[in-house]
Design a protein around this ligand. Structure first.
Ligand code: HEC
Ligand code: HEC
Length: 379
């Protein structure tokens, strides 16, 4: 899985190393060797994550779309950025994002650090004209240089340091104390009978595990791969691919880099990254922990409830020329569907567990929304 294990030794020798709690047997996440996890970076990253002044007009922070009050998503079908502009895709949760092999629905960013650079300069998200503009904005706020000093050893603000701190904070957003976790740890009564039946169906008749893979060392319910299950099948993939290829042929790099934000064309999914026909309409299998908190669902937010998601799967997804071979009608009964939903609900953990204090972050979100704060208080 490309997991980097050497980081652990290197952080152990650093002051302020942040010990991420993981249940027994769960693999360490991949953390870039140049960005070891420390308490100082996590604290700085938290402040930056909630700070609206990182956006062009001071109205939008990372937390606006990845909000602790909405399971670190936003409760909307598609994201809304500065000046109320609508994006093309649904905001995924950032919980457990540190455990994903690639970021975004189409996997176009390899790390959390690279990912965080994009929303800052996406015109329909935080809208900054350049990364230099972000650096200027942050450096001009008196609170920050001392915090960069603590986290990085000098007060200099750079875009790489900004995203390293934000990524470090995000890596702590990993709760492991859901009823399902207690069940895995041996508490047989942690799950209702319905949820237990649902877990069996999830792995058996309903075939969910073929893509939402589960194992004890990587318990996130994703295979980190891309599949076309038909959600994107609204228009004509061939027509969309021709439009995208025309943009590519013009050599217009700027237009090309925004294909994933263009309503319509975004439906091409993983194809935008690989240009391989097999990836047309394919999206990353999302993990399912805390999924009950992050409606609406799918890359376009087109399914409103877990019941709608189950109807979609029960009929075999949406037929299209690229439909994944793993998709077929399931013939699940109403009771079986209810059991699978009960199982998904057992993956909810709104405490934050040992890695972060979810209640505290909710409070920060309420206060920044009410205008009482622009950012998390300095640590
Ligand atoms: C205007 C809303 C908005 C803002 C602001 C925003 N995001 Fe996102 N975020 C999204 C959307 C929409 C996606 C999915 C886009 C895609 O896949 O093409 C996303 C994807 C992500 C992902 C990938 C998660 C995954 O499962 O693949 C991470 C991590 C993330 N954002 C973190 C951040 C951080 C950090 C910030 C602040 C620097 C931020 N976001 C600001 C809307 C937003
Ligand atoms: C062939 C692979 C595959 C199978 C089988 C599969 N899924 Fe998915 N699942 C995906 C992909 C890919 C997405 C995202 C698709 C998109 O947005 O276009 C997804 C999305 C979801 C979502 C939405 C999550 C979110 O955050 O938006 C839920 C819930 C879900 N699946 C549950 C299930 C359940 C329950 C089953 C079994 C009945 C199942 N899946 C079977 C691949 C699969």
């Amino acid at each position: 899985m490309g997991l980097k294990r050497e980081w652990k030794n290197s952080v152990a020798t650093l002051l302020g190393a942040f010990a991420l709690y993981l249940p027994n047997g769960v693999l360490e996440p991949s953390i870039p060797a140049e960005n070891p996890l420390t308490a100082e970076k996590v604290a700085l990253g938290k402040k930056l994550y909630f700070d609206k002044r990182l956006s062009a007009d001071g109205t939008v922070s990372c937390a606006s779309c990845h909000d602790p009050l909405h399971g670190f998503s936003d409760g909307k079908a598609v994201a809304t950025g500065i000046r109320g502009q609508a994006g093309a895709r649904n905001s995924p949760t950032v919980l457990y994002a540190g455990f994903s092999e690639v970021q975004f629905w189409d996997g176009r960013a390899p790390t959390l650090e690279e990912q965080a650079k994009q929303p800052l300069i996406n015109p329909v998200e935080m809208g900054q004209p350049s990364h230099d503009a972000v650096v200027k904005a942050v450096a001009s706020i008196a609170d920050y240089p001392p915090l960069f000093q603590k986290a990085f050893g000098s007060p200099e603000v750079t875009i790489d340091r900004i995203v390293q701190a934000i990524a470090s904070f995000e890596r702590t957003l990993a709760p492991f104390s859901s009823p399902f976790d207690r069940f895995l740890a041996g508490d047989k009564n942690a799950l209702s009978d319905a949820a237990k039946r649902g877990f069996q169906l999830f792995q058996g008749k309903a075939r969910c595990v073929t893509c939402h893979e589960f194992n004890r060392s990587f318990p996130y319910f994703t295979d980190n791969k891309f599949h076309n299950i038909g959600v994107a099948m609204k228009g004509n993939f061939e027509q969309l691919a021709r439009e995208a290829q025309a943009i590519q042929a013009r050599g217009d790099k700027e237009a090309e880099s925004t294909l994933a934000h263009k309503p319509g064309i975004e439906a091409l999914g993983r194809w935008i990254v690989t240009r391989e026909p097999k990836d047309i309409g394919a999206f990353k299998t999302p993990g399912l922990r805390n999924v009950a908190l992050t409606a609406p669902y799918m890359h376009d937010g087109s399914l409103k409830t877990l019941e709608e998601v189950m109807d979609f799967y029960n009929r075999g997804g949406e037929p299209n020329p690229n439909l994944d071979g793993g998709m077929r009608p399931l013939n699940l009964t109403k009771e079986e569907i209810a059991d699978i939903i009960e199982f998904m609900k057992s993956l909810t953990d709104e405490s934050g567990g040992k890695n972060f204090d979810w209640e505290e972050l909710k409070e920060l979100s309420r206060k920044t929304r009410a205008g009482e704060l622009v950012a998390a208080p300095a640590p």
